[in-house]
Design a protein around this ligand. Sequence first.
Ligand code: DGJ
Length: 537
Amino acid sequence: MSDDRLPQLRKVGRVTQLMVEGRPFLVLGGELGNSSASDPAEFGAMYAKLRRMHLNTILLPVYWDRIEPEEGSYDFSLVQAAIEAAREQDLRIVLLWFGTWKNSMSCYAPGWVKRDTARFERVRVRSGEAQEIVSPLSAAALQADIRAFSELMRWLKDFDGAWQTVLMVQVENEIGMIPEPRDHSESAEAAYAAAVPPALLSPLVRRELGPEVTALWRQAGGQTEGTWGEVFGADARGEEIFTAWQFAVYTEAVAAAGKREYALPLFVNAALIRPGYEPGRYPSGGPLPHLIELWRAAAPSLDMLCPDIYFPNFGEWAGRYVRGENPLFIPEMAPSARAAGNAVYAIGQLGALGVAPFAIETTDKEPLIADCYRLLEGISALILECQQKGTVIALSPQVGFDWNVPDRPERGELAGIVFEATFERSGMDAGPQNTVLPTLGVGRWEAPAGTPCGAAMVLQTAPEEFILLGMGAVVTFSPADGQGRIGIEQAQQGRFDPEGRWHGGRWLNGDETHQGRHIDLRGDHWQAQRVRLYRYS
Ligand code: DGJ
């Protein structure tokens, strides 16, 4: 099969989209909990439920320790069962390679890697203590990971190349160094004391590595050669650059080898930074926004760098990944009461090619996500077309890290009209905090009661005609040039069927549009209205 028939990322008009069977595809996804892809007996019922929730794609792990329990002998039966179960439900898959690293640690490395710390060198902290983290300087680990990932991709091409159930593959999971900014193993100490390689220095001096890395370099004296400490500074931030480079070079070697076997789109995901945290306290050197250019320079086989957004300030973090040519995809996000609203914002406003709330199979937000995905499923062809043309916007409350929501309407401009949305705070009881996956104990994923959970998307279908979809929002209009006023000629409620056909229902006017003043998308359900506006003076 020629590469251009494979799933691929392609820049079309204003955005980069995922092409599947030659057509753009919007990933309405969900990521399984870490252990939920380990027992084939669970797949059938679980996938059926996810299909009923109107997902079209499941993100699920491939565990290194399960595919290569003994060195050199591979067993893909678990992956095969996952793919076959997905096909039965007409679902696509994005595989997550839990290889050398999973959330900084190396817990999915097979026993023969874990036990042989002489062959597979471990990260050491400054005091010399070893961690359960394989060193990115371990040549043996790199060779083992390359071999396992290549075998996986070769098998995948053979088993799935014709079906294309699997659309993309994530390489490793949430790479990043903790509890210190860099590795102090023997190999790492030697590398850190050596000269910064030309492959990094050249783009650095050409100012191609982004404002943050460039500023760090200039602060350290702007040297064009020297050791890592000399070029980037010997503090935590300078050390993070060393770490990022080692991780990115390692990941590139794995990704490139896998891509040679089967050229699917590949990406990495990042654990983000809590306010005020320094490298080492957060997983340092991962594919973070301030390191995007460095990662892209070191790892050209990766098609995108993606954020895992569990923090409440979703819009801010997602926006930071719209940087340069990096396509936007959210492989993990908090399955909170804001998940659907955040999905609508990422897709409609930021041009995301898809989203995936985490632990989707156990979320108590199932009805809300299903309700939103049902709407997005029917309208996805229109969304993709409007993304290409730049004729879609989305409005969403810009929640802060502390869940604080600014008391102001959100505004956006499309087709010479300013759309302004205000959001209901009381429509949904978001429930007490920390109830979403109590066993994981990962903190405040849940929106506090009273948080506005909605969002609105506006898609232009004709010069003065729009589809407005949303939940918990009221939308008003004004002319962008300040000339005259904008009124509602017609508003009709309706729905899209799975094939994308519009089925109109009630014509809304009178009280339902506040006598022609606004479009009312309030309530706890996602809904769509076809609206024709007109200008008067
Ligand atoms: C982010 C990781 O990438 C996931 O695998 C999972 O561990 C979640 N955090 C939440 O626990």
